[in-house]
Design a protein around this ligand. Structure first.
Ligand code: GLP
Length: 249
């Protein structure tokens, strides 16, 4: 695992874009799981600029949605599919037929999860998983407790996740209580994982995720056992122990 410290959100966005562009440059048909949330937005914006300038070919990219709410249609602007489309797929010019949904609105969401997992495996696994860190240590919607082999599935959202989505939904009462998420099994098997972390609110959970023994109570701690992880974090998100750089694991 490599922990890369950058000064602030702007630097995080540029370095995040560099890391993503590196994977796409080496393999234009890369299979990439794309996080929503606020943290990666700057990096996506930076990538969109590079795409517009003709510096980032995306016609062959394969995009996999990371997570969504159950029962929310993809054309609902509050769906995470809609978020991913606005923030990544459209500005980067990814052809719609190369986007694999994780259909939380399906009549049988568990079957949709199985189909998604099959699609990832059919693609030969993920080349890159772009992830953010939940305040409770979740990755995608892999809520605690969750072990490293947790499959793509329907999950009940924790109180903490519902509360942190309240702003996005307008009020806590209307936030869906269930989600679908790419499994820890698929994410941890990605050939590269890029975890983007910004801000003081994530400092303590990031410290515990990287420095305490891996535990299902903190899903992101399973990253310690993944093959190729780059944690890109700004100064505000890094505790003193982590500010130094490379972490051997
Ligand atoms: C959300 C999403 C995750 C996201 C994380 C962090 O609940 N389900 O996919 O990465 O929480 O979000 P943010 O980057 O806004 O802090």
């Amino acid at each position: 695992m490599r922990v890369v410290a950058v000064q602030d959100y702007r630097a995080l966005s540029v370095a995040g874009a560099d890391a993503i562009a590196e994977v796409i440059g080496a393999k234009p048909s890369a299979a990439v799981a794309v996080a929503t949330g606020n943290t990666p937005l700057g990096a996506y914006d930076e990538l969109a600029g590079r795409h517009r300038r003709g510096e980032l070919p995306t016609a062959r990219l394969r995009v996999f949605q990371l997570d969504d709410y159950v029962g929310v249609r993809p054309d609902d602007p509050r769906s995470l599919y809609g978020w991913m489309k606005r923030a990544f797929v459209d500005p980067l010019g990814v052809p719609p037929e190369r986007v694999v949904r994780l259909a939380g609105d399906a009549a049988d969401p568990e079957a949709a999860c199985a189909a998604y997992a099959q699609a990832v495996r059919g693609a030969g696994g993920l080349d890159l998983a772009i992830l953010g860190l939940g305040l409770n240590g979740h990755l995608g919607f892999n809520e605690p407790p969750c072990d490293a082999s947790a499959p793509t599935r329907v999950v009940t959202l924790t109180e903490e996740s519902v509360a942190s989505s309240a702003g996005y939904w307008g009020s806590r009462e209307v936030v869906p209580t269930r989600g679908v998420t790419a499994g820890m099994d698929l994410l941890l098997a990605a050939r590269r994982i890029l975890l983007l972390v910004s801000g003081a609110s994530k400092r303590e959970i990031l410290r515990r995720a990287l420095l305490e023994p891996p535990t299902g109570a903190l899903p992101a701690s399973h990253l310690q056992r993944a093959a190729d992880v780059v944690v890109l974090a700004d100064r505000a998100a890094l505790s003193e122990e982590l500010s130094g750089g490379t972490l051997e694991s």
